[in-house]
Design a protein around this ligand. Structure first.
Ligand code: MD3
Ligand code: FE
Length: 207
């Protein structure tokens, strides 16, 4: 049994190995297929335009975009100008099963971590539906995930997220600082190149 964060902020649920290996494989296959017409791209930091470490894309009617102008949700891919691809049925079912929210997710952010990439400590604050949880699915290589509190300088605790793990960020945890400090690219062969895919399901507009 892997260790996990216990001094828990309210609303945080860790569901280790929610998806068995066969389902993980099917989900990665489905996502890779959608990426062919809905490619990963590299966003940038607002204001500075500094490139993000992690490439991303989105699925669903809305997608989260970060560029020199700021953070926002928009209905089209910033490179292709086309609508984002569809959210896989498996993920819509997951949301129904764990979100306890009366409306479907509108965005699924696809974060693609290659060896050496990380995601700095941040909060997710660009959604109007502040009452909806974020539901995260990890696929491929293990990651060192860090969860803090409501202030940037709140104490943090770290845990590993492995392939198939699901995390539900509801309640107070939804507003907590969090980030990914590193990945272990040799820990899985599921994602090409030893990468890690993190899928986060989000409700953007109020139901
Ligand atoms: C805690 N993703 O996409 S998943 C993100 O592994 C993001 O790619 C990380 O942070 C990743 O914004 C972490 C777990 C997670 C997702 C959303 C959260 C934790 C969260 C929102 C609020 C608090
Ligand atoms: Fe986040």
């Amino acid at each position: 049994m892997r260790a996990y964060i216990r001094s828990m902020i309210e609303g945080f649920r860790f569901l280790p190995e929610y998806f068995p290996p066969a389902a993980q494989k099917a989900l990665v296959g489905e996502v890779l297929g959608i990426l062919e017409t809905n490619p990963l791209y590299r966003g940038a930091m607002p204001r500075t335009g500094k490139p993000l470490s992690v490439r991303n894309t989105n699925l669903g009617p809305l997608g989260w975009v970060s560029d020199i102008k700021g953070y926002r949700y928009q209905p089209v891919h910033p490179v292709t100008g086309e609508a984002w691809g569809p959210i896989p049925e498996t993920l819509l079912k997951l949301w129904e099963d764990v979100s306890d929210y009366p409306a479907p997710p509108e965005a699924c952010l696809v974060n693609w971590y290659e060896a050496g990439t990380k995601l700095g400590l941040h909060i997710d604050a660009d959604e109007d539906a502040k009452d909806a949880p974020v539901v995260s699915v990890s696929l491929g290589s293990r990651a060192l995930f860090r969860l803090g509190g409501l202030e940037r300088n709140s104490p943090t605790s770290s845990m590993r997220l492995a392939s198939g793990d699901v995390v539900v960020l509801g309640g107070a945890s939804r507003r907590a600082y969090h980030g990914v400090d590193r990945i272990w690219p040799d820990s899985s062969t599921l994602v090409p190149g030893g990468g890690r895919i993190n899928l986060t399901l989000r409700r953007v507009t109020r139901a």
